[in-house]
Ligand binder design. Structure first.
Ligand code: XMP
Length: 525
């Protein structure tokens, strides 16, 4: 496959995904990968990503010494993108300098040479690309040609086809570069002769074989289904390999959305034919949450309660099968596995200090299981594609994310407060149904309602009311790390507000959250 060396650009995962979209396996590795690991990966091509650094600053990241010589000797073509191109130019004896005028945004470039291989399939001489850089190549390394220039005359594409080195100053992986995908394809197929072997059908077959080899033909495995896409797809896949030696549980902690238990249990049993036990832990969990209103404390209580339920489930499986389950299936995805460099200014590496996150619903490593993680190499959109070929319904695959601690982080304060959860469920259901009916659900990354622990004065049917206030949230995002609030038409907001106040007893005010992340987070707690 193709190795993408990560030098910290916000687009590195996108490069890896684009290569996979072309049918070629690609993995993202740190830019300072060692010579040994590079050789072990046996890449058919290498892409050097962009990054926030400047090549002429002491200590800026580089590839290992002898990297280019090794690639040339072994006919491994190298494509540098942005910082990656500057690295090629500088390390091979050219010159990189700060631009007189930084170039940011979409701009036209012009192909300069008849001999270019990067643009050999281009019909037009001009194309629009996405540029974002403060340094530029001012002198080519020996043997290189200029393939394209910007309007200001900057060198935006250079190549030395004889040695297999190519550089693009812009980002071909973003959709704002209109011929970007074509250029990536030319690099992969015409220049690097990569084979198209990455398809979800092959992943499915490969993973089934891998799971069979890992677990053997006697061991039992267990899996906690959350109602989300990842655990459902992971369990469906493992079920194909293990059959009824896989035991799934779905824990209803009393913090689920309207009718959620019935909805997901029907899906698991009737559509996916998974062997799943529903554990009704709502009374036990809610009892533990009584009087708890600190957000962090709530998360910890819910996490601990979940682990207790899971341990009891393990015992149930043991006594019903006579076997101790030794494997645990988890829906870990590729972005959780890769050690990518965080984009500049992001708090990616430190996000767990903001909320004790993403472990609720997950399980601690010391439960004594060997992990089965069939989605470890996949991005979210690939998991959806894999789910689709296993006949997981599309509606389900497109569901918005739902946090492990459930509605507890959406009822501010004590979740057991009289009627709070019931009110929130009704409001959320009306809101989400309206989003679906208006064709907005798939345009939004996540949407939900929040119950506020206050009352406000209203007038309904000529009477004064003193009732609850709810907030609605809808955001767009690519990964949940940053988010923008969704700009609804005022008419939609007006209608949803009217419906909620008319249909839900005890609500007389609806607010819409217009804060992005940062400074807010997506959930309110
Ligand atoms: P925040 O609120 O931190 O949320 O901006 C980012 C995304 O993560 C979800 N979320 C969680 N998911 N366990 C989860 O599995 C959690 O404890 C948790 N807390 C927040 C949230 O819904 C959003 O999609």
């Amino acid at each position: 496959g193709v190795l993408v060396l990560d030098f910290g650009s916000q687009y590195t995962q996108l490069i890896t995904r684009r290569v996979r979209e072309c049918g070629v396996f690609s993995s993202l590795v740190p830019g300072d990968i060692s010579k040994e690991d590079t050789i072990k990966a046996c890449p058919s091509a290498i892409i050097l990503s962009g990054g926030p650094n400047s090549v002429h600053v002491e200590g800026s990241p580089r590839v290992w010494d002898g990297f280019f010589e090794y690639c040339e000797e072994n006919s491994i073509p190298v494509l540098g993108v942005c910082y990656g191109m500057q690295l090629i130019v500088q390390m091979l004896g050219g010159k990189v300098e700060p631009c007189g005028k930084s170039e940011y945004g979409r701009m036209p470039i012009k192909i300069q040479s008849q001999d270019t291989r990067l643009y050999q399939d281009c019909v037009e001489d001009e194309q629009y690309v996405w540029m974002s850089h403060g340094d530029e190549a001012t002198q080519l390394p020996p043997g290189f040609i200029i393939a394209a220039k910007s309007e200001q005359g900057a060198l935006v594409a250079v190549e030395n086809a004889a040695r297999g080195f190519y550089g693009l100053q812009y980002h071909p992986e973003v959709t704002h570069s209109d011929q970007g995908m074509e250029t990536i394809k030319t690099f992969l197929f015409d220049i690097a002769s990569c084979a198209k072997t990455w398809s979800m059908e092959e992943v499915l077959e490969e993973q089934i074989a891998k799971i069979k080899a890992q677990v053997g033909d006697k061991a039992h495995a267990i899996c906690a289904l959350s109602g989300g896409v990842d655990s459902a797809v992971a369990a469906t896949l493992v079920h194909k390999a293990m059959g009824d030696r896989l035991h799934c549980c779905f824990v209803d902690n009393g913090l689920l959305r309207f009718n959620e238990q019935e909805r997901v249990m029907t899906l698991f049993k009737e559509k996916l034919h998974l062997p799943v036990t529903c554990v009704d832990a709502s009374e036990r969990t809610l009892a533990k949450l009584k009087g708890v209103s600190d957000p962090e404390k709530k998360r910890k209580v819910i996490g601990a309660a979940f682990i207790e339920e899971f341990k009891s489930f393990k015992k149930v499986v043991e006594s019903s099968t006579g076997c101790i389950p030794t494997f645990l299936v988890q829906g870990t995805l590729y972005p959780d596995v890769i050690e990518s460099c965080p984009p500049p200014g992001s708090n990616q590496k430190h996000s767990h200090t903001i909320k004790s996150h993403h472990n609720v619903g997950g399980l601690p490593k010391d439960l004594g299981f060997e992990l089965v993680e069939p989605l470890r190499e996949l991005f979210k959109d690939e998991v959806r594609a894999l789910g689709a070929i296993m006949h997981v319904p599309v509606d389900f695959l497109k569901r918005h994310p739902f946090p492990g601690p459930g509605l507890a982080v959406r009822v501010l304060g004590d979740v057991t407060a009289d009627g709070a959860m019931e009110t929130l469920r009704q409001v959320d259901e009306i809101y989400i149904n309206m989003l679906r009916a208006e064709g907005l659900y798939d345009k939004i990354w996540q949407a939900f309602a929040v119950f506020l622990p206050i009352r406000s004065v209203g007038v309904q049917g000529d009477c004064r009311t003193h009732s609850h206030v709810v907030a609605l949230r809808a955001i767009t995002s690519s990964d949940g790390m940053t988010a923008d609030w969704y700009h609804f038409e005022p008419k939609f907001l007006q209608e949803v507000s009217t419906r909620i106040c008319n249909q839900v007893k005890n609500v007389n005010r609806v607010c819409y959250d217009i804060t992005s992340k940062p400074p807010s987070t997506i959930e309110w707690e």
